[in-house]
Design a protein around this ligand. Sequence first.
Ligand code: R5P
Length: 300
Amino acid sequence: MDKILIVGPASQILGIRIAQELGIQSINTEFKTFPDGENYLRINIEDEMEIKGKEVIIVQSTGPSSSGNQNTRIFELIMMVDAAKRMKAARIKLVIPYLAYSRQDKIFRPGECQFAYLLLNIIESFGIDEFYTVDVHAPKILKELSCKAVNIDSMKVLAEHIKSLGAKDIVVVSPDKGAVERSKAFAKHFGDDVPVEIFEKKRDVKTGEITMSGNLNLEKKDVVIADDIIATGGTMALAIKLSKEGGANKIYVASTHALLLQNAKYRILKAGASEIIGTDSIDNESSKVSLAKVIAEHLK
Ligand code: R5P
């Protein structure tokens, strides 16, 4: 079956790179926000036969950026799927590298909604055939989908990049007990004996304020602090501070989804990180590692 890839507004670089990896045609979209705040999106084609009968791959991350917040990104992807279905796409594969709302997978306070699950239900109700995301915050939420759902792992490509920077005597530090399994898997990409150390993070569910504790001996070690998401950089800044206190040499901050909101870059670099390494799941200055190859492998 012929394939075509629709490059969503939020994934222009990654989308075109995936199409190039797959050797297939890509098309972009025309998008804007009307004066009343409503979103508009049009798949940029002149003839709807370009879509009819084809396998359509839609790539759209749902992170916030200067040209749209998460909700805009979600609406844009609904519009892409709906337009592709209306034009009689034979099959739709939806790739959402960064899945917004994935941290709302638990009830922290009475009266909350588990929006991570609801969002997946909404997405599935569009009638997609396959769903792909990358290092989703809580992989268990994907069980909500009855279509094929794949959580792609970015650890190998992130680790390869960090190794290429010359990091040595590496210790992988998990900034949170909840991230420890991921950190252990990540450490294996640096070598069988690379240790994993843990800080303990606590978040006040009412104020959102975080505290972190842990005494580690990191003398003469290059430290890689890995987390799935960097939002405001608060978690990373605390983990860097404690790593410095433990005597760390260089500190590399690695994250699949480096949203880098508010003062995150400043906080992380000021705390003492040598480098912030993110992927092109989020299109910004820390997108040093491309997910295109690893995503394309899954789409073949
Ligand atoms: C939460 O559990 C995530 O894994 C990240 O640790 C969190 O989103 C980071 O947020 P921030 O950068 O605002 O501390």
